[in-house]
Design a protein around this ligand. Structure first.
Ligand code: SF4
Length: 469
């Protein structure tokens, strides 16, 4: 219960509201709101957080749209750490909160439409009917949702599954309200072709700078001083194929810094970092990290594996313009460039690829050992069969062998090594009391919980491998 409260209050606290309307909302929700406002009047659309939704439902309300990244808790992070396949055999919070919201909405005479990055989880008709969801929108929703809502309002029959359409970058609507985390979308899609990934299917499209700056303004006006650029790889903004467009990225950050206090990004790729270290340095120079408030810029990135064989099998496009055999060196080189420019990679690994062998995992363990000296976090995630690997068997904690536990232990030790310093840096700008409280919790993890976890993993991975601490 205490952990639940900690998560609900500190990790994802409720968003601020004004008369019940959300002041901040997920970027995807804002996009759909903007698309709807091109078809409906302002007083006919409201963005409301789940805990206030019931106050907004009247006899006039016909449709409630929900954005969810992970409605059933089937995404890689949820399946790894929770649920029947994960380490903690409890329902993932995502799934629990989603179910709670749907239960609430079912009491009203409204159509429930679900979209967002996790909509693929609701493709199964039986799952949808059991939950009580009327329609699911899979893919990009901006073009299809306004017409869908209009049909529902007119009482017309609509399909239970609606597939979105690719939206050209100039047509991606400009958001009207601020986003959680000051997220501003700069590009969509990726196209590098990794077989386990969904954005891989969509070609890269970069939005016009003026549209991005309008969204920066919307956020700054609402009090978001820090802007987080969202794309699959910040360094591929307006890229020509895989060639980095340094000038466009510099222009993006320079013009943003004239409006916002600072800016960062959600994702980057290690290949882009290694192929254009000067652009990494440009970004850090423009935003001025490290500084008192922001000691570094952090972003999510994918290592996925240290095995050249798995790179060749599932993601040769990920390493371009380099060759698969260069991957472990590229990863280390990129981590070094990040370190030199005050970037902190929060890197993911994928465990349990269908054709994975013990040798592949040991290659990854070796790579993690090489990354020990670089300030970073490394998170192993279980393979989830999506993208082109849909239909393959997913991985679960029950499939883990001793070498998987060894990998977990390497990641755990790496993260414990950096956790305290990262937390101190990150919390420096927080009020003293909250900072003290969170640091106490982190100290407890490092000093008490960690030794128990290490003991447990050593026992399970204790097959004679050398485990570096
Ligand atoms: S590089 Fe990343 S976003 Fe692009 S296809 Fe590969 S995993 Fe997906």
């Amino acid at each position: 219960m205490r952990i639940k409260l900690f998560f609900l209050n500190f990790i994802y606290p409720p968003v601020p509201t004004e008369n019940g309307v959300a002041k901040l909302a997920p970027c995807g929700t804002r996009k759909i709101e903007a698309a709807l406002l091109e078809h409906f009047k302002e007083n006919e659309v409201a963005v409301v957080p789940p805990d206030k939704i019931e106050k907004f439902i009247t006899k006039e309300t016909k449709v409630v749209g929900i954005t969810s990244n992970d409605p059933l808790g089937l995404g890689p992070a949820s399946t790894t750490f929770s649920g029947s396949k994960g380490f903690i055999k409890e329902e993932p919070y995502n799934a629990w909160k989603f179910r709670e919201l749907i239960e609430k909405l079912k009491r009203y005479d409204v159509k429930i439409v679900v979209g967002g990055a996790g909509a693929w989880q609701l493709d199964d008709a039986e799952v949808r009917r059991k939950l009580g969801i009327d329609v699911v929108v899979i893919g990009e929703g901006e073009k299809v949702v306004p017409e869908l809502f209009e049909k529902i309002i007119r009482g017309e029959e609509v399909p239970e599954v609606v597939h979105g359409e690719i939206v050209e970058p100039e047509e991606i609507p400009i958001i009207k309200g601020a986003t959680i985390g000051g997220i501003v979308e700069i590009a969509r899609g990726c196209g590098r072709g990794c077989e386990f990934c969904l954005p891989t299917m969509r070609r890269l499209r970069s939005r016009p700078l003026e549209h991005i700056l309008k969204e920066v303004e919307v956020n700054v006006r609402s009090g978001n001083k820090f802007i987080t650029f969202h794309s699959e790889d910040v360094l591929r903004y307006k890229a020509e194929g895989i060639r980095i467009n340094r000038r466009a990225i510099v222009e993006l950050f320079e013009s943003t810094m004239k409006i916002a206090e600072s800016a960062g990004f959600s994702h980057f790729t290690l290949t882009s970092v290694a192929s254009s270290p000067e652009t990494v340095a440009d970004i850090s120079d423009i935003v001025g990290v490290p500084n008192k408030k922001h000691r570094w810029l952090a972003g999510q990135t994918g290592i996925e594996t240290g095995s050249v064989r798995l790179i060749e099998e599932y993601m040769p496009g990920k390493v371009k313009p380099f060759k698969p055999e260069e991957w472990p060196d590229i990863v280390e080189q990129a981590f070094g460039i990040c370190e030199d420019n005050s970037w902190v990679p929060c890197a993911t690994l994928i465990v349990g690829f269908p054709k994975e062998t013990e040798e592949d995992i040991l290659k990854t363990v070796e790579l993690i050992d090489r990354l020990k000296q670089y300030k970073s976090l490394i998170v192993p995630l279980f393979f989830v069969p999506i993208g082109r690997l849909e239909g393959e068997k997913g991985f679960s904690v029950d499939d883990m062998r001793s070498y998987h536990w060894e990998l977990m232990l390497s990641c755990w030790n790496h993260n414990m090594h950096w956790l305290k310093q990262l937390a101190e840096d990150y919390l420096a700008k927080m009020p003293r009391v909250s900072r003290k409280f969170i640091m106490k919790f982190i100290d407890w993890i490092i000093n008490k919980a960690s030794s128990r976890v290490v003991e447990y993993m050593e026992e399970l991975g204790g097959s004679g491998y050398i485990i570096s601490k």
